[in-house]
Each structure stands twice: as structure tokens, then as C-alpha cells.
Design a protein around this ligand. Sequence first.
Ligand SMILES: [Fe+2]
Ligand SMILES: [Fe+2]
Length: 396
Amino acid sequence: MKKIGILGGTFNPIHNGHLALGQAAMEQYDLEEIWLMPSKLPPHKSHFAILSEEYRLTMTKLAAQINKNFIASDFELKREGLTYTADTLELLTKEYPDYKFYFIVGGDSLIKFKSWRRPERILELATLLGAGRAGYEESAVKRAAKDLQNQFPKAEIGTIILNDYPISSNEIREAFYTGAPERVKQYLPESVWNFLQQHNLYTKISYAELDAEMANILPRKRYLHSVAVAHLAAAYAVSMGYDPERALIAGILHDCAKAYSDQQLVEDCDRFHLPVTKVERRNGFLLHGKVGAFYAKTKYFITDEEILSAISYHTTGHPGMTDLEKAVFLADYLEPFRTQPTKPELNTIRTIAFQDIDKAVYLALKNTLRYLNDSGQETDSTTEETMKQYYSRYEE
Ligand SMILES: [Fe+2]
Ligand SMILES: [Fe+2]
């Protein structure tokens, strides 16, 4: 019986760590071939910055060339509808009845294996191989394999322990997006590296990708608000004579941390060593700008410091705001879904914004402070200082 290892993954991009795992599985379990199988993306989940199926399959084919026993397989990509491992294996064993399949999973997946769909069926159809890195992961993976074996005595379960492989697809993407791809060149097969260069992949996060991600992670109303802020901020940028794209990006991301609870925001700041004032600690929601900027940088690979500060200060403003910061701050206050009572009325401030953006910022700050005072809420000292900066200019 031909022994085949199945190594699936998003492969965004495939890298030497995946290939090392395939190689180790082949040697350790005497497998004849490793089928590298890019996975389909599950619906309703975050697909941020994941390349198309075509690109991922092409890179897998290029990577497979380094070993004649590696085969790039589109078996999962070409299937219709949802793809669960149990179903994939069901179809594979039907199509190749003379083959014995070894299904290779990462350590995390092995530990959570019982929560997979139809785990008992997967274990009937294939040998399960859990991979772990030597050192800190090794014992957890071995323990998980042992637990599973006790629970499914007839199943064939094994482990593959690799020497630590210091890279992930996410780190590779980050290096590319932040303009330092050379840093990760050594972790990619040369053919994949060349392909990424030729096609200019992972070089720029587009507004469209960020928009799709926000549609996925934010509640509907918050998402629509973010789109409105993005477009209004872009309009301000145009009216001031700037490139609107940066305003679009800052606008769509400005509330990316808004769905977190007050407590979560404070915890995130503490965990990532972001400074928190006493007022912010008492009013956690004030931190969603700061935490949002942090995520824009670390999750969404935004490196433009002005975009990051526009996100960071969109609720409070700060003295000496840049034009981009003003655009986002004001768009957040004035976007068309907003209906709060203000003095002068919102529509009046909306008109002023296109004539004298500083005056509109001043009125927004003044109204915000008045609202907070009237409703007995704490005001942020940064907002007060920002307003003072404009006070002498606009107060008659
Ligand atoms: Fe906000
Ligand atoms: Fe907002």
C-alpha cells in the first residue's frame, strides 16, 4: 500500500518550515509522497491579507519542486462548498483506495483535535501525525497524542518532533509589508521568493482588504460608521489638496478596537506596555483609539506613523494636529449617520468643515466637552488642551 502524507495549510505563503515538516514526516514514517494541499478558506472568518487560491497553489507547486516526492495538490481547492477534513479524507480514500493516508497537523490542532468535526471518522480514515517543535511544545504534543490514543484505542496516532523552526507565514508577510523582505528570504524556497518579487505580492495593504476585514470583525452598524468616516475623511483630504488614500485607510481602521470591552482595552494596554492615564483607566473606552493604532500596526501592517496617530487620537484630538488627524477626527464626528444635537447644528458644522477645517474641529471639540460636562462624564485633558489651542482664534 502506498503511504502518503497529507500536509494541508493556508500556505500564505508556503515556506521552508512546511517543507521541513513534510521531509521529517516522510523520513520518520517511511512515506513515499507528501501531498502539499492548500486549504480553502472557511466562510465567515477573517481572511485578511490571504492571497487568492491561484497564487497559493502556484507557490505550493513551485515549493514542491525541491523534492520529487512532494506533490502540490489542488484536491481541497477544487472541491465545492465547505471543506472539513473528515470529508476530504472520505473523498481521498474513495478516489485512492490503495493508498494509506497520514494526515499531518500542527501541535495546536492536535491538542484541539477532539473539537474537530467527526474526529472518530478522521481517525478511521487516516493515521494522525501531530507535529511539535522540540523543546517547549514537545511534551504538550506528546501528551495530546497519548490522550487521544487512550480515547481512540484503535486509531493510529504519531508525533513528529522538529528542531525549532523560527518562522511563521505571518512573520513572513509582516516582513514583506513592512518593507524588510530580505529579513525572511532565507526561510522561503528560492522559487517562491522569486514569485513573490515578480508579482509584487505582500507589498501593500489595500483599502479593499481592510474594508473586507472590518466588515468581518465589526458589528454591522460600527462597520457602516467606519466606511462613512473613511469616505468623509477622504473628502476632507481632497478638499485640502492631499492624497485621499491615507485618509481612507485611517478612517476604515479608526474604530477597529471599538468592539472590545473597557476591561479588555485596559488589559491590552497593560499587556503591550501602552501608557494609560488615570482617566483612561477609569473610562476604558477612551483607549480604543490607542489600542486600535496598535492593532493597525501589528495586525494590519500599517507603518505610516501619521495614519497610526490619526487612529490613536480620533476621539480626543491633540494640540498641533496634522491635517490627516483633523480629517479623521472630524469625519468621526460629522459622518452622515451622526444625528447628535450640537450648537451650531451638525449640518452647519458640516458646511464649515469644507471651508475652514480648523473652525469645524474647534466646534467639534467644544461640543464634545460641553456634552461630557453636561452629562457629568469625565473629560480628557488632551481634548481640553486641544480646544484651548483654537479658543483665541475662534471665540468672539
Ligand atoms: Fe471611535
Ligand atoms: Fe468612530
